[in-house]
Design a protein around this ligand. Structure first.
Ligand code: FES
Ligand code: FES
Length: 181
């Protein structure tokens, strides 16, 4: 029986699972201007908590390993891959997801520009791209092509929308007096 027990423990280690990983921890996540007290497993990523308990499914998970940027959200004023940060690591830092980007508008200017320039196909990468482009414009209202290419360089779009995204954000950056945040 000792051998079976050892096998089980080895399997749990290999899966990244442990008897302690199911213990819940109480945290308060500040998302889109609202405080959410909730219990989470210490191993849960921010993306899992956003999409699961908080029901914010606009944040997409594709690779789940920090390689595609589909899951991009803002942590304070930085873009982060929410699949690569644990929810328990977020602390008091405010999180903004695609649902919280628009404020009281129906669409953010970046979303309007994506529509106008046909920068959406299947749409799976789109929320992440919008979050990165909106952050870029908030920090730099008139980005040039290099700025935009750098901002979206971590995003994988299998549909190949990159030229359209580039045109959309270049056009938006040229819009006089546009409010991007
Ligand atoms: S799903 Fe997070 S980087 Fe790919
Ligand atoms: S629009 Fe389909 S993956 Fe980007």
């Amino acid at each position: 029986m000792a051998g079976l027990d050892e096998d089980r423990k080895n399997r749990e280690r290999a899966d990244g699972d442990s008897p302690h990983s199911h213990e819940m921890v109480s945290i308060v996540l500040h998302v889109n201007g609202q405080a959410h007290p909730l219990p989470v497993e210490p191993r849960m990523t921010l993306a899992e908590v956003l999409r699961g308990p908080l029901g914010l499914k606009g944040t997409k998970v594709a690779c789940d390993r920090g390689a595609c940027s589909a899951c991009t959200v803002w942590l304070e004023n930085e873009v982060v891959a929410s699949c690569s940060i644990l929810a328990v690591e977020v602390g008091d830092r405010p999180v903004t997801t695609i649902e919280g980007l628009t404020g009281d508008r129906s669409l953010h200017p970046v979303q309007e520009a994506f529509i106008a320039h046909d920068a959406v196909q299947c749409g799976f990468c789109t929320p992440g791209l919008v979050m990165s482009c909106a952050r870029l414009l908030a920090d730099n209202p008139h980005p040039d092509e290099t700025d935009i290419r750098t901002a979206i360089s971590g995003h994988l779009c299998r549909c190949g929308t990159y030229p359209h995204v580039l045109r959309a954000i270049l056009a938006l950056g040229k819009t006089e007096g546009s409010q991007h945040e």
